[in-house]
Design a protein around this ligand. Structure first.
Ligand SMILES: C[S@@+](CC[C@H](N)C(=O)[O-])C[C@H]1O[C@@H](n2cnc3c(N)ncnc32)[C@H](O)[C@@H]1O
Length: 183
């Protein structure tokens, strides 16, 4: 999966938890710089320990903050070539929190369950965030079996109104995944 990421790209792992996939990306792309973000302080503290142990502190930061707040922080808004997410939340929640963090042309790559289809990523509501799907859900062979993922691109700047306040993207999602509007 290349999608045109240049060496030295800047990425953010949304809901990094124990460090997947952010630590793997940092290991595979040693010229990249990144932020591992998780709203749970104890998880962020553990991540800081991993980053320190790996000696990656000069290029990898840990942000113990809710994504909705990070997206309002000038250091983070529109600052990333790539946002990755694995298990962060349902597609509309992930998209609403990720889009404001992406630069124009940046990519959102989200791990998907094996049975997922592109219908989970509804074109019309996502276009309100400036996001567009880049093809259908894709699969890649890994040592642990097949991994599925969806790629989206920030084709227009994300309007200022997104994301909504902390907790609102999950409480009132942009759309219902089971009742995806056509598009
Ligand atoms: C299911 S875990 C997945 C962790 C890791 N990406 C993985 O695949 O193992 C989801 C993580 O997202 C974080 N998270 C969920 N919503 C968040 C939000 N709005 N802001 C910041 N972190 C959030 C949780 O604290 C949790 O650590």
């Amino acid at each position: 999966m290349s999608h045109g990421l240049a060496p030295g790209f800047r990425f953010l792992d949304l809901g990094a938890g124990g460090g997947l996939p952010g630590l793997v990306i940092a290991g595979r792309a040693p010229s990249s710089t990144g932020v591992l973000l998780d709203g749970r302080t104890e998880r962020a503290r553990l991540l800081e320990g991993h980053v320190e142990q790996l000696g990656w502190g000069s290029r990898l930061a840990v942000a113990a903050v809710r994504a909705e707040l990070a997206a309002r922080d000038r250091r983070h808004r529109g600052a990333f070539d790539l946002v990755v997410a694995r298990g962060f939340g349902p597609p509309p929640v992930t998209a609403e929190c990720a889009a404001p963090l992406l630069r124009l042309g940046g990519l959102l790559v989200v791990s998907e369950p094996p049975e997922a289809t592109g219908a989970r990523w509804a074109a019309e509501p996502l276009s309100a965030l400036g996001l567009e799907a880049v093809g259908p859900v894709a699969a890649v062979e890994t040592a642990a079996g097949q991994a599925h993922y969806q790629v989206l691109r920030q084709v227009r700047p994300c309007p200022d109104r997104w994301p909504r306040r902390v907790g609102i993207p999950a409480k009132r999602p942009l759309y219902q995944v089971d009742a995806t509007p056509p598009g």
